[in-house]
Design a protein around this ligand. Structure first.
Ligand SMILES: Cc1cc2nc3c(=O)[nH]c(=O)nc-3n(C[C@H](O)[C@H](O)[C@H](O)COP(=O)(O)O)c2cc1C
Length: 211
């Protein structure tokens, strides 16, 4: 496959300072709604990057489950690769790649665990199958086989029949409190539009960045 001569122009929209909300969470809410309206596939799917104790970065997709001015919330295993990274370094970057609308959003911030109560409440709101899967999956660890996972799933399903699936103590949410949020809108001739919000106390500084 020759990728060299592929050329795509980014012509869907403009982004001007006057278009922006003063608070990036409001701007994010506006773009998230537009992503749904314009039928972007899975707008809440975001790539999150963490860094381990040796400085090695890694990334993976998780689902954004809630956001407001206090931060961006996702759920996972605290004992996973990302969970261990965040134990030693809570700095995190989130990335929303909304290709079909020629937009991306990048968030830098610090992750903190949700309370056990909030995590458990969300855990029990999930379909029973997802609860069982989370409870039997030692996320990011080597497992013997698919069969072993399925056997553990079936065993827990049987054992907890008619009752609640216990939320593992290693499972829960993180809230990412943003320090910077960047909005990118593709532009003609690769002269793209970028605006970066930087937290300054209770307000935000907004700057245009070169593409
Ligand atoms: C579309 C999509 C959504 C996902 N959502 C989540 C999620 O919300 N939480 C989660 O822990 N893993 C989710 N995953 C799986 C992660 O990408 C990853 O495989 C897993 O969390 C283990 O990552 P780690 O070993 O880096 O900790 C999702 C994967 C995809 C492709």
């Amino acid at each position: 496959m020759d990728l060299h001569d592929l050329r795509r122009e980014y012509l869907m929209g403009e982004l001007r300072r006057a278009d922006l909300c003063e608070d990036p969470h409001d701007q994010f809410a506006k773009w998230m709604q537009q992503a749904f309206d314009m039928e972007v596939v899975d707008p809440p799917a975001m790539t999150i990057a963490t860094v381990d104790a040796n400085g090695m970065p890694s990334q993976r997709i998780v689902l954004l489950k809630h956001f407001d001015a206090s931060g961006f919330v996702f759920y996972t295993s605290y004992a996973s690769h990302k969970g261990r990274d965040l134990d030693s370094n809570p700095n995190i970057s989130l990335h929303f790649p909304w290709h079909s609308v020629e937009r991306q959003v990048r968030v830098s911030g610090v992750a903190e665990r949700l309370s056990v109560e909030d995590s458990q409440r969300y855990f029990h709101s999930r379909p029973r199958g997802s609860q069982l899967a989370a409870a039997v999956s030692p996320q990011s660890q080597v497992v013997a086989s698919r069969d072993a996972l399925e056997a553990a799933f079936a065993e827990l399903d049987k054992r907890t029949e008619g009752t609640e699936v216990p939320c593992p103590s290693t499972w829960g949410g993180y809230r990412v409190r943003a320090t910077q949020i960047e909005f990118w809108q593709g532009g003609a001739n690769r002269l793209h539009n970028r605006f970066r919000y930087t937290r300054e106390g209770s307000s935000w500084r907004i700057e245009r960045l070169a593409p």
